[in-house]
Design a protein around this ligand. Sequence first.
Ligand SMILES: [Zn+2]
Length: 92
Amino acid sequence: MENTQKSLLTGCNVCGRNHSTESCSFLQELKPVQDTKTPSRARLTLPANLEVQNLADNTTTVLARAPFTRSIQFGPFIAKRTQMLHPAEIFL
Ligand SMILES: [Zn+2]
């Protein structure tokens, strides 16, 4: 009974063979795949006919692709409350 428990504790958690999990050959051959970059909420929820453009000076702006009638209201607008906008803050 004690030997069985000991072998369960010392065996590999990946392949079950008699070596430590850290030295398992399956873990040595991993080929990581990077996650895709997820756009920010601001970009994902941009209303139709508005477009984010990156400018030559590395700043970002939002352009209207169609005229909007008077009294159009976008939103809901969700952002952190702040007393002052940091000058280095950029549109993400
Ligand atoms: Zn293994």
